[in-house]
Design a binder for this molecule. Structure first.
Ligand code: ITT
Length: 198
């Protein structure tokens, strides 16, 4: 069975493939279709943007499609960067985004650097008339400097108190156990068996 993950983000693609790429499924992402046009994320919420991505890709390939729209919400920044997380510092550049985040939080003490990663997944399928929508969330603290080389995006700055590590200091499997995306994927796996019409 084929499923498309509507992402061009290699970090996301890796996390999804770790879960779904087994004997049951053939998983493709937009990285397998480099000519697929840019999908404009014009929505005002994670769900709206995930829905835009899921439907653009489902309509093109006529296959079951999962899209993720996700981001970092920092309490001291009133929830920013939120849906603008990918392009916080202009273009999609993780290093520049992390530098901007550190500079905006300059002088903010540790106890006020609380933050959350959130992920909304939309699963759209040509044979289902409604989408399946799930969400996941994980709490953390924005560190004073980046730590770790794994993961992507804001992971090196996202310190998880329960682990005593950042999201970039754990393996992809460990991240999937606790992360916003991992939690949303678990919810999806529980619900989609009863929902999907192959
Ligand atoms: P696609 O739309 O192609 O999936 P994207 O990176 O543009 O890729 P989003 O619009 O959902 O996706 O932006 C999500 C951004 O939020 C992402 O680029 C990171 O900056 C941040 N982010 C989301 N999940 C993250 C995670 O698990 N670890 C670190 N940063 C994350």
């Amino acid at each position: 069975k084929e499923i498309i993950i509507a992402t061009k983000n290699p970090g996301k693609a890796r996390e999804f493939k770790r879960v779904f790429d087994d004997e049951h499924f053939e998983i493709k992402t937009l990285l397998d279709f480099p000519d697929f046009p840019e999908i404009r994320e014009t929505g005002k919420t994670f769900e709206e943007n995930a829905t835009l991505k899921a439907h653009a890709v489902m309509e093109r390939f006529n296959l079951p499609t999962i899209a993720d729209d996700s981001g970092l919400q920092v309490d001291a920044l009133y929830g920013r960067p939120g849906i603008y997380s990918a392009r916080y510092a202009g273009d999609h550049n993780d290093a520049a985004n992390n530098a901007k985040l550190l500079s905006e939080l300059g002088g903010v003490p540790k106890e006020k650097r609380t933050a959350h990663f959130v992920s909304t997944l939309v699963f759209a399928n040509p044979k289902n008339d409604k989408d399946l929508v799930v969400e996941g969330k994980v709490d953390g603290i924005i560190g004073a400097f980046p730590e770790g080389d794994d993961g992507f995006g804001y992971d090196p700055l996202f310190y998880v108190p329960e682990l005593g590590k950042t999201m970039a200091q754990i393996t992809v499997d460990e991240k999937n156990q606790i992360s916003h995306r991992g939690q949303a994927i678990k919810k999806l796996e529980k619900q989609w068996q009863d929902w999907i019409i192959w």
